[in-house]
Write a protein that binds this ligand. Structure first.
Ligand SMILES: Cc1cc2nc3c(=O)[nH]c(=O)nc-3n(C[C@H](O)[C@H](O)[C@H](O)COP(=O)(O)OP(=O)(O)OC[C@H]3O[C@@H](n4cnc5c(N)ncnc54)[C@H](O)[C@@H]3O)c2cc1C
Length: 486
């Protein structure tokens, strides 16, 4: 198959075993339930854009493995151009959906992160993880899979080691290794787009030490495998994702808590099992890919914020030039994270396995900026758009359409455009700046502090002192003296 349409994807989703819950009830059909429909429709749109001749080069590529055209999110990224393609696609995807898209992002990232790690493990241990991953990747491409990526463990008390936590499930772990596979249990949380995914890719959230072998595990599993329960997280506008309701765009993604309870994973889908020495490497590879591309995601969302802010100004009867300085600031923020991400990719390297990994220090610097710059973009969008865009400042759709007073409410919203259109645009600004359109900026892809820690660790501070010393022509070596004990 390799390429499929949105309709085919939705049909396949309907056929999966229902195991997604929300508000205490099982969702029988994720394609129609208002709680999940938005994220499913977005994912279907990405499949459809792959078949659109005008968008095809953004959403598909020629596969490194098969030489055939395939959805980007099922392929191995082997060159800088492949990863730049990832960034360009995500900026466009954000412009269309306004939100982060886990099922066509994080699982793909894990597959690529593991590409180099499995190759290295096989070279050292004589295992066959890389061959298994290759076969899996060929299948993912052929079946055009949507895969979410489960990295973040519940983690429990951050000061306590994985093996010492009172509840062992706060880190995903192997209960049993059998001839034919492994049995795993544990909680992965905040997993983006799980409801819209067909498979789950899982890998360690951090490195583990000797004695912690059971936590060093990576695998792929169908999302509806026995023992997997998914609980969707909530957001303010969930139940508004109904055709015709103006309170939320039919868009956005959701996260999920994934509960693994003695889930059997066949050997062919196990890509790490106990190799603690290599357990920290997938997160290194993953974050270099993810943190370079996320600059494009937030830039795409920022593009929509600029558009919505201009539209609101015009709806209010004002000229764009009254806000041009602020709008240009917003654009500069977008281009900064986008450009730094592209720079990280351009300065990357190809691993001997064939996978391409962006430059780590630039990718982590970008993640730090992604956690900070868009906040100001959101603030500016609200400032330009006016008070009705701040949350809690407009009546609901039901009130706006009330037969008793709806007409007056619409009249109260009328300005440069109809009251209905001004209301819809104001809701979009609210959604983008304080609602479900936000995901990704702060903790998506890891916290800004962890990114900062990598920049600190990788920066060659002493070399910089040497440059300064040489230019100043000094005698002293300016080495740091140990602190004097008092
Ligand atoms: C929108 C969104 C989408 C996401 N999608 C996914 C996904 O698809 N897949 C996935 O696996 N995960 C996903 N995540 C989870 C994300 O990767 C985590 O939120 C992130 O890694 C931070 O982990 P945490 O939330 O457990 O934060 P915490 O560990 O609770 O950290 C909170 C703060 O404390 C700091 N901190 C933590 N431990 C220490 C320490 N020991 N010392 C000092 N400071 C510390 C952190 O730096 C951070 O600033 C998503 C998150 C969001 C918000």
């Amino acid at each position: 198959m390799a390429l499929k349409s949105g309709a085919q994807y939705l049909e396949e989703m309907k056929a999966m075993r229902p195991n997604v819950y929300k508000y205490g009830k099982l969702i029988e059909d994720v394609t129609t339930d208002p709680a999940t429909k938005g994220t499913l429709m977005n994912t279907a749109a990405w499949y459809d854009m792959s078949l659109d001749p005008e968008k095809q080069d953004l959403y598909t590529t020629i596969s490194y493995l098969s030489g055939e055209r395939a959805h980007r999110w099922t392929t191995v990224m082997a060159t800088a151009d492949d990863v730049i393609g990832d960034a360009k696609m995500k900026r466009d995807g954000y412009r269309v959906c306004g939100s982060c898209m886990g099922p066509v992002c994080a699982g793909w990232g894990i597959m690529n992160a593991l590409w180099g790690v499995t190759y290295d493990m096989d070279a050292e241990y004589g295992t066959d993880y890389h061959e298994r991953l290759k076969k899996f990747a060929a299948m993912a491409e052929e079946k055009a899979l949507a895969m979410c990526g489960a990295i973040t463990d519940a983690k429990g008390n951050r000061k306590v080691k994985a093996g010492m936590q009172p509840n062992p499930n706060v880190f995903l772990h192997v209960d049993e290794t059998r001839e034919d596979g492994i049995v795993v249990s544990g909680f992965k949380i905040q997993i983006c787009g799980t409801a819209a995914a067909q498979w789950i890719m899982a890998m360690p959230t951090q490195g583990f030490k000797e004695g912690e072998e059971k936590f060093a595990v990576a695998f792929a599993t169908p999302k509806d495998a026995e023992g997997i329960t998914i609980v969707e997280t909530t957001r303010p506008s969930d139940n508004k994702v109904e055709a015709g309701n103006w309170d939320a765009p039919v868009s956005g993604t959701t996260q999920a808590f994934i509960l693994f309870d003695k889930v059997f994973v066949p050997k062919e889908y196990v890509f790490m099992n106990g190799e603690t020495k290599y357990s920290g490497r997938p997160i290194g590879n993953f974050s270099s890919i993810y943190r370079s591309a996320i600059g494009a995601c937030v830039a795409g969302q920022g593009d929509v914020m600029i558009g919505a802010a201009i539209a609101m100004a015009r709806a209010n009867g004002l000229q764009q030039k009254a806000f041009q300085d602020k709008l240009t600031d917003m654009a500069i923020r977008n281009e900064t994270t986008y450009g730094l991400g592209i720079g990280a990719i351009a300065m990357g390297r190809q691993h001997k396995s064939g996978a391409f990994y962006p430059n780590a220090i630039l990718a982590h610097t970008n993640k730090y900026l992604v956690g900070t710059l868009p906040t100001e973009t959101k603030r500016l969008a609200q400032e330009i758009a006016g008070g009705i865009c701040e949350t809690g400042c407009m009546p609901s759709y039901e009130d706006m359409t009330s037969p008793i007073y709806g007409k007056e409410l619409i009249a109260a919203m009328e300005a440069g455009v109809s009251g209905e259109d001004r209301y819809k645009m104001a809701r979009l600004v609210e959604w983008l700046t304080v609602g479900a359109g936000i995901p990704g900026c702060m903790h998506g892809g890891g916290s800004p502090d962890t990114a900062k820690a990598v920049v600190k660790a990788m920066t060659k501070w002493e070399d910089y002192v040497d440059y300064a010393k040489s230019l100043a022509g000094t005698e002293a070596d300016f080495k740091e003296e140990p602190p004097v004990k008092k």
